[in-house]
Design a protein around this ligand. Structure first.
Ligand SMILES: [Mg+2]
Length: 174
């Protein structure tokens, strides 16, 4: 598909919106409004007891407090792993000595360009968190059993958290 036109409709701190028009050689055409996003890093911090660090914050689009893996948007020119290191410290205060990529995916490719990359963060040391002014973040450690119970009972409703947990479990099963 070849991009014929792309017009910016809106821009804010987190994303921008374009109206795009693409066509292939046969004349097949797709027109869409697209939320453009720099991409996100997601951090799955696991400690020596195999506990997993989740954060809880109010999510305005969901109109609810959600438990999630900590995550953040890539800054301009930043690689996903750099963003992961920075965001883990900012949101939780933890530093990790070992990092492993778990998976990359598009959470909602129908209208959002955002691509998420989940990293496993290991060998952790605790420190002081530095959240943004509009972030009020609670952090807590959960066992795999607790996480699975929370997924089953809809206490975890965040997609990247469910994906990250099950990809980690499939690779690091005991
Ligand atoms: Mg965040």
């Amino acid at each position: 598909m070849k991009l014929i036109a792309s017009n910016e409709l809106y821009r804010c701190r987190l994303f921008w919106v374009t109206e795009d028009d693409a066509r292939d050689a046969t004349g097949y055409e797709i027109k869409r409004s697209i939320v453009r996003h720099a991409g996100s890093a997601v951090m799955m911090a696991v400690d020596d007891k195999r506990r997993i660090l989740l954060v809880r914050q109010y999510r305005l689009p969901a109109r609810a407090y959600l438990w999630e893996l900590p995550a953040g948007k890539l800054d301009p020119g930043e690689k996903a792993l750099q963003a992961a290191r920075r965001e883990l410290i900012e949101e939780t205060g933890y530093r990790a000595r070992r990092w492993q990529k778990l998976i990359s995916f598009y959470p909602s490719p129908g209208y959002v360009s955002e691509r998420m990359t989940i990293f496993l963060a290991l060998d952790l040391t605790a420190g002081e968190a530095h959240p943004m002014d509009d972030e009020r973040i609670e952090t807590r450690w959960f066992s795999p059993q607790q996480i699975e119970q929370m997924i089953r009972t809809n206490k975890i409703q965040d997609g990247k958290t469910i994906i990250g947990y099950f990809v980690w479990k499939s690779r690091h099963a005991r």
